[in-house]
Write a protein that binds this ligand. Structure first.
Ligand code: ATP
Ligand code: MG
Length: 320
C-alpha cells in the first residue's frame, strides 16, 4: 500500500439552519474518519443529504469544521495559514457537479482555467501562461482554441472538461470530485469518467470521488466509503462492497441497483421509509428506523466503525 496522502480524523461539521422560526444545528458530518493513499481513488457514496459534499468542502476549507483533524502529507490542513494554506489550495483541488459553480460565465475558459495559477503567481510570463493553459486544455481533450471561449458556448461535457482543467492546472496531488458526472448525459458521463481515470494514471493523482451512484463509484474507485447521515457506515475495497456488502444500508443501496441476473440480486435487503430528519436525529444508530436487523441496542447506542472478520472491512453495525 502506498503512503497516506490525505488523512481525515473524526471530522465534524455542522450548520445553523432555521425552520419554522426555530433554530437548529444540523450535524452534516458527524465524526468521519478516512484516509487516502497516494495514487488511490476512494469513492464516497450515500443518498442525498448524508454529508458527502460537506466532507469535500471541509477538506478544501470552503467550510469550517467544528472539530477533527485533516492531514495532507502529514501537514495540518485545518491549521494552515498564509503560504502553507496557499500551497494546500494548489494541492487539494475540487471538481464540482455543476461546472458553472467553478466557471465564471463572464470569464473566458482560459482565464478560469488559469485562475489558481494567476492568484499564486506560478506563471513565468504571458507566453508561459498561454502555454500552460493550452497544455492543460489538451490534457482534458479540448482544443487550445477553447481558451478564448465562454462557458455558455460549450456543451455540458466540454464545460466539465474545462472544470477538470481548472482543477489540474496547478498540478495538484489530490482531486476531490463532487458528483463530477451526475449532471451529464449518460453517453457523456462515460467519456468524462474515462478522462478522469486516464488523468489519474498520467498525473499520478489521488482522488476522493463523491457520488450517489454506486455504479459510477464501482467503476472508478479502489476503495469505497458508504455514508449515512453524516457518518461512515462501511468502508472497504470496492470489490468487497460491490459483491458482498455487509452493512444493511449498503445492502439496500446495492439492492436498488438494477441487476439483469436475478441470482445477483441481494436477498433480505428490504428497507422501508425515509431517512430520519437531520433536524431530529435518533439517539442510537441513525439507520435503525429503516433497518431489517434492528435490535434494542441500535436505538440506544451509536455503533462505531470497527473491523469485521474475515476480511477486516470496516462496518458500523451492532448486529454483524
Ligand atoms: N451551507 C449549509 N447551510 C445549512 N445546511 C447545510 C449547508 N450545507 C449542507 N447543509 C446540510 O447538511 C446536510 C448534508 O449536506 P451535503 O450537501 O453535505 O449532503 P450530500 O451528501 O452532498 O447531498 P447531495 O447528494 O444532495 O449532494 C444536509 O442536511 C444539508 O441540508
Ligand atoms: Mg452533495
Amino acid at each position: 500500500m502506498n503512503a497516506t496522502i490525505l488523512d481525515v480524523r473524526d471530522l465534524k461539521t455542522s450548520f445553523n439552519v432555521k425552520r419554522a422560526g426555530r433554530k437548529y444545528r444540523v450535524k452534516a458530518v458527524d465524526g468521519v474518519s478516512l484516509s487516502l493513499a497516494a495514487g488511490e481513488v476512494l469513492g464516497i457514496v450515500g443518498e442525498s443529504g448524508c454529508g458527502k459534499t460537506t466532507v469535500g468542502r471541509s477538506i478544501v476549507r470552503l467550510v469550517q469544521p467544528d472539530s477533527g483533524a485533516i492531514g495532507f502529507k502529514g501537514a495540518d490542513v485545518l491549521g494552515a495559514r498564509g503560504q502553507a494554506l496557499r500551497d494546500m489550495r494548489l494541492n487539494l483541488r475540487m471538481v464540482f457537479q455543476d461546472p458553472y459553480a467553478s466557471l465564471n460565465p463572464r470569464r473566458s475558459i482560459g482565464d478560469s482555467v488559469a485562475e489558481a495559477g494567476d492568484i499564486n503567481r506560478v506563471f513565468k510570463s504571458r507566453a508561459d501562461r498561454a502555454a500552460r493553459i493550452a497544455e492543460t486544455l489538451s490534457a482534458v481533450g479540448l482544443e487550445p482554441s477553447f481558451a478564448t471561449r465562454f462557458p455558455h458556448e460549450l456543451s455540458g461535457g466540454q464545460r466539465q472538461r474545462a472544470g477538470i482543467a481548472r482543477a489540474i492546472l496547478p498540478a495538484p496531488a489530490v482531486i476531490i470530485a463532487d458528483e463530477p458526472v451526475s449532471a451529464l448525459d449518460v453517453s457523456v458521463q462515460a467519456q468524462v469518467l474515462n478522462l478522469m481515470m486516464d488523468l489519474r494514471e498520467r498525473l499520478g493523482l489521488s482522488m476522493l470521488f463523491i457520488s450517489h451512484d454506486i455504479g459510477v463509484i464501482g467503476q472508478i474507485s479502489d476503495r469505497v466509503a458508504v455514508m449515512y447521515m453524516g457518518r461512515v457506515v462501511e468502508l472497504s475495497d470496492a470489490r468487497t462492497i460491490l459483491d458482498r456488502a455487509a452493512h444493511p444500508y449498503t445492502r439496500a443501496l446495492m439492492a436498488a441497483v438494477p441487476k439483469p441476473d436475478p441470482s445477483q440480486r441481494i436477498a433480505g435487503a428490504i428497507e422501508t421509509g425515509e431517512p430520519p430528519s437531520q433536524l431530529n436525529r435518533p439517539a442510537g444508530c441513525a439507520y435503525a428506523a429503516r433497518c431489517p436487523l434492528v435490535s434494542e441496542r441500535c436505538r440506544a447506542e451509536v455503533p462505531e466503525l470497527r473491523p469485521l472478520a474475515p476480511d477486516n472491512r470496516l462496518v458500523a453495525c451492532h448486529n454483524l
